[in-house]
Design a protein around this ligand. Structure first.
Ligand SMILES: Nc1nc2c(ncn2[C@@H]2O[C@H](COP(=O)(O)OP(=O)(O)OP(=O)(O)O)[C@@H](O)[C@H]2O)c(=O)[nH]1
Ligand SMILES: [Mg+2]
Length: 321
């Protein structure tokens, strides 16, 4: 591959298809290991802009089952797929991690599929940043499509908004329970609604209710969210789900919004990286730097307030070199 020789060895291994090097790099990203930095820098320009499909939704609606079938569908179309499952840090759902792994391990022999779960223990911004970096490494490793599963809790909604090119929100027929979730923010992020478990009663009315809701919200971007009914037990609707995702990806290109989205994501990423660095440096300095320590002493002594102290701290963003 062109220019591969100039890459650091780990990055070259990843681009060359070394799955163990890939898995190790993602672990380094997840752990905030500084060793990930050079690899990420080297791979940035190698990562093609592939669809990153975020699949969010309440616990147990069938996200993993859907992704599993979607992976099968995409493999049938000759596309390679990487799946990242962002594990909720909530102890209630800890059990599903193993379930996900077992289900996806059925494809362990297929080099065209890569499955990985990542912990979402950090702050929302941290989850988004690590997942985005992992997705980029996966794109550099040559995967055609990246699927990201998250549980629709407030924290990871943010992650999916920040990283995915197409956001799929999965719901189930008895929509009543879901309305709170919709209000909580999942509704606004959906490019595609997937009503799963349509083998259960109430599927038709759930899809109608959803269509009414969608009609009530004007689509600012010009994209009207698609609604797809699926069942993973029958199974049905998987091809339609992929078509809806593709339709949104095509819309991003035809409307010119893909570039704007990418620009926004990169800006968010850069700001996040600077915020992290400045925060770390400042925390460090508050303990080490004599002047800053005195400033902190004065706040502790109630001589000045935290806001005034913060205004006196002007961390400089290092100039571009
Ligand atoms: N009847 C029916 N059950 C389904 C369907 N899809 C998934 N299930 C079941 O729903 C349960 C949860 O499925 P998962 O795929 O693990 O759901 P999930 O959304 O990934 O779950 P979490 O990751 O724990 O939030 C399992 O018992 C599945 O067998 C479906 O289409 N119909
Ligand atoms: Mg799951």
């Amino acid at each position: 591959m062109k220019g591969a020789r100039s890459l650091p060895p780990v990055a070259r291994a990843i681009v060359g298809g070394d799955r163990r090097a890939l898995a190790r790099a993602i672990t380094a990203i997840e752990n905030g290991d500084p060793g990930a930095g050079p690899v990420l820098k080297a791979l940035f320009s190698r990562a093609r802009q592939v669809p990153i499909v975020g699949v969010a939704g309440p616990l147990g609606v069938g996200k993993s089952s859907l992704l599993n079938l979607l992976v099968g569908h995409l493999r049938g179309l000759g596309r390679t797929v990487a799946v990242i499952a962002v594990d909720p840090s909530s102890p209630f759902s800890g059990g599903s991690v193993l379930g996900d792994r077992i289900r996806f391990e059925g494809r362990a022999d297929d080099p065209g599929v890569f499955f990985r779960s990542m912990a979402s223990r950090g702050a929302a911004g941290g989850v988004a940043a690590a997942t985005l970096e992992a997705a980029r490494v996966l794109a550099a490793a040559g995967f055609d499509i990246i699927l990201v599963e998250t549980v629709g809790s407030g924290q990871v909604d943010v992650a999916i908004r920040e990283i995915a090119t197409t956001r799929v929100v999965v719901l189930v027929p008895h929509l009543g329970d879901e309305v709170q979730t919709l209000k909580a923010g999942l509704f606004e992020i959906a490019d595609v609604f997937c009503v799963n478990k349509t083998d259960l009663p109430g599927a038709d009315s759930a899809q109608r209710d959803l269509a009414d809701l969608v009609a009530m919200f004007p689509a600012g971007s010009g994209w009207v969210p698609r609604i797809v009914g699926t069942s993973t037990t029958v199974p049905r609707g998987i091809a339609e789900l992929w078509e809806a995702i593709q339709a949104h990806e095509s819309f991003l290109d035809s409307s010119g919004t893909r570039r704007a989205g990418e620009r926004h994501r990169l800006a968010t990423e850069i700001v996040g990286l600077v915020r992290d660095r400045v925060g770390r440096e400042l925390t460090h300095q508050l303990e080490r730097d004599a002047d800053l320590r005195r400033l902190l002493d004065r706040v502790v002594a109630r001589e000045i307030d935290p806001r005034t102290a913060a205004e006196r701290l002007r961390p400089t963003v290092r100039r571009q070199s």
